[in-house]
Ligand binder design. Sequence first.
Ligand code: HEC
Length: 106
Amino acid sequence: MKSSIWGMITIASLIVAGTALAADMPAAGKAKCGVCHAVDKKSVGPSYMDISAKYKNDKDAASKIAASTTQGGSFGWKIGTMPPKGMGASDADIKLMSEYIAGLAK
Ligand code: HEC
């Protein structure tokens, strides 16, 4: 009985951690990417969840996402064209956002 209570507490804290992740988007994400991307809904561009799923089993996910974001263009989503670096994101912004996006599907 005692151990099952601990089990429930562990599950509850994992859920809280997952929610915190979604709320944890770097501020640059809203300012420099938010016009075209949302976390879980397709907007002008694909959702971060969908992008994360695309790179899910790739151990280089974060660096590939960073490379796409820096270059801009089309990546096969057939939605449109992304401007290089979004709305003027710095390399540091892009690194934070790429790690954030890569972490969503794990
Ligand atoms: C003006 C709109 C616009 C802005 C701003 C924008 N994006 Fe995009 N993004 C797009 C579109 C459109 C696509 C899909 C292109 C296609 O059809 O393949 C895309 C695709 C992507 C992809 C998918 C890359 C891949 O390899 O599949 C990533 C990652 C991404 N954007 C990240 C970002 C980040 C991070 C920012 C902010 C720094 C940002 N975008 C800002 C429009 C935008």
